[in-house]
Design a protein around this ligand. Structure first.
Ligand SMILES: Nc1nc2c(ncn2[C@@H]2O[C@H](COP(=O)(O)OP(=O)(O)O)[C@@H](O)[C@H]2O)c(=O)[nH]1
Ligand SMILES: [Mg+2]
Length: 330
């Protein structure tokens, strides 16, 4: 049984055990396996560390701090967690090393729980437009394919716009996802104007009454100004047809980039206000802790996590399941 420890705000400083979800979701075990590398880096390392200390002292606190930083939790989030833990030790709420792990879990949960906001497709927007942004290789096109599958399974009609016109392979890759999921893809030749492709797609999606349009973009991040110009142009062009579009600007970052993923998230968020983030490749990296760093720095909803290359390996981000997967407490 998974349990999560949550701080009860009414009783300042008290840590209370609380059952997170009455029913384990299907596939929860699988998530566990998918995040194994991060669990080893995170959970196992923390447990080993705490077991090696007989008492709570500065030594233990320093080691814990280092472990969090090593696990890519980032400086700011680590600071916040350590401040809370030190306060709990001072107040006598934490007395034994065994109490530290549940307290860390509670702090991590508090940090990312506000980012758990599922993406809801607003049916009054037809199409509901999702603009995908992120650097090359982050997993944008793959995530679009997975999203297309998910929306179709939910009974929504989907169209894709091949807005990454920079590389021929990008268009082909999107088209092959479209074929596999029986979803139309609007594309032009390589080198075409990205905003024009997206405009065409929006026009066509409106004419056909499509529910969701997902637009791919090129992942160039030469300069901030460059990126800003391109995204502004896409906004401007879309606004001619629908002033409210895009309805979601989703950043895709590769967790394996660690602190660099955090930097990308910051840069993109400065260039264009993000409404959601998807963190990919959590299956192949021990750097899952970067989610906490991103949550602390941006406070933008984390919509999905990518845990594999196939269509079904995209999970809505669930803070409790994520923490239980990387830092389980028996
Ligand atoms: N293991 C794993 N690989 C992924 C995931 N998401 C994307 N990839 C792989 O990452 C590579 C780059 O993805 P792509 O979608 O082309 O990135 P883009 O340049 O941002 O469009 C591809 O080989 C994908 O199969 C994921 O969640 N897990
Ligand atoms: Mg791509």
């Amino acid at each position: 049984m998974f349990r999560i420890f949550r701080k009860n705000k009414a009783q300042t400083g008290q840590l209370q055990e609380e059952q997170l979800r009455p029913v384990e979701q299907a596939g929860e075990e699988a998530l566990d396996q998918r995040l194994e590398a991060s669990r080893r880096q995170f959970g196992q390392q923390l447990k080993t560390l705490l077991a090696s200390h007989g008492a709570i002292d500065e030594d233990l606190m320093d080691d814990l701090e280092t472990a969090l930083l090593t696990a890519d939790v980032g400086v700011a989030a680590t600071q916040r967690i350590m401040d809370a833990l030190r306060a709990a030790v001072r107040n006598g709420v934490i007395r034994e090393p065994e109490q530290v792990l549940p307290a860390v879990q509670a702090e991590l949960f508090e940090l990312i729980e506000p980012c758990e906001q599922f993406l809801a497709v607003d049916a009054s927007r037809k199409p509901f437009v999702i603009l995908m942004v992120g650097v090359n290789g982050a997993g944008k096109t793959t995530t679009i394919g997975k999203l297309a599958r998910r929306f179709k399974d939910d009974g929504l009609s989907v169209m894709l716009a091949a807005g990454d016109t920079f590389r021929a392979a990008a268009v082909e890759q999107l088209q092959s996802w479209g074929e596999r999921n029986d979803v139309p893809v609007v594309a032009q030749a390589t080198g075409a104007d990205s905003a024009a492709v997206i405009f065409d797609a929006l026009e066509s999606a409106r004419a056909r009454g499509v529910d969701v349009l997902i637009a791919d973009t090129a992942g160039r991040l030469h300069t901030q100004a460059n990126l800003m110009d391109e995204l502004k142009k896409i906004h401007r062009v879309m606004a001619r047809l629908d002033a409210s579009a895009p309805h979601e600007v989703m950043l895709v970052v590769d967790a394996g980039n660690g602190q660099n993923a955090l930097n990308q998230a910051r840069q993109f968020n400065d260039a264009v206000p993000l409404s959601g983030i998807t963190v990919t490749k959590l299956d192949g990296t021990a750097r899952g802790g970067v989610l906490f760093a991103i949550a602390e720095a941006l406070q933008v909803p984390i919509r999905f996590i990518g845990v594999g290359e196939s269509a079904t390996n995209l999970r809505p981000f669930d803070a409790g399941s994520f923490i239980n997967a990387i830092l389980p407490i028996e």
